[in-house]
Design a protein around this ligand. Sequence first.
Ligand SMILES: C[S@@+](CC[C@H](N)C(=O)[O-])C[C@H]1O[C@@H](n2cnc3c(N)ncnc32)[C@H](O)[C@@H]1O
Length: 258
Amino acid sequence: MQDPKTYQEVSNMQKRDLEVILKEYQSEWKHKDARIMDIGCADGSATIRLWKKYIPQNFKTLVGSDKSLACVNFAKKHYESEKVKFMTLDIEKEIPNELKGCFDHVVSNYVFHWAQQQEKSFSNIYEMLAKDGKCLIIFLGNCNIFENYRTLSRTSTWNSYIKEVKTKFMSPYHDSQDPETEIKNLMKKIGFRDISVKVHELSFDFIRGIDEFSDMMKCLNPFEGLENKWEDFIADYVQLDPNASTIVYQLLVVSGKK
Ligand SMILES: C[S@@+](CC[C@H](N)C(=O)[O-])C[C@H]1O[C@@H](n2cnc3c(N)ncnc32)[C@H](O)[C@@H]1O
């Protein structure tokens, strides 16, 4: 994601969902000197305004990480402090040795549906956790946006732009009949204990309607060249789904212990 400034203004759905879950998760944090890694922090505002707000305030370090250098630079400039740092990290790739075994909590909000390498990503979390460390990973399963993009990818107008919709955009669990069992089995195989996978059926209405939906999707757009055709693309999207400003989705809330 290359536009952290705009993301900050249009990420109301991501922030609403995170706050609801954090209110329920309060008792799970290490009480003192916690070391926390937030994967896919984007502009850093969720790291600072939500994760940092809900963790015990005597934490030791909070590290926000993202694969996008533009995001990390933005977050550093606006939010870095003595105990809060930001760094580049791609959770689907090999992680540096100095991060292994270093965190009491590894957390992530609205990132793991982008990760096609699910096993590598969950293994990396396991590697980064210290013994008895916990993860909390929140991301999308089935979602009407993925289905609408897939339908548009099959049209002659949009195929050349978004033909890689499955590998570049859709959640690996969009078509899963049982994401709970799939994720539990994967985490068990890696070595996690006390695994919990909850599937929440949710919806979100954008206050500014289609315009706000369009701004969010443009900001998250991973398809080269599509930004030049954005107005036409959104017009076709809305024709396909007249309720486009309502997102209907499964939110997967995953936790486990090393
Ligand atoms: C929708 S934003 C979520 C931001 C923030 N966590 C929140 O709650 O608002 C997704 C972020 O994940 C990052 N991302 C996507 N794939 C990633 C990966 N493999 N490793 C690290 N970050 C990734 C993107 O660059 C983007 O900034």
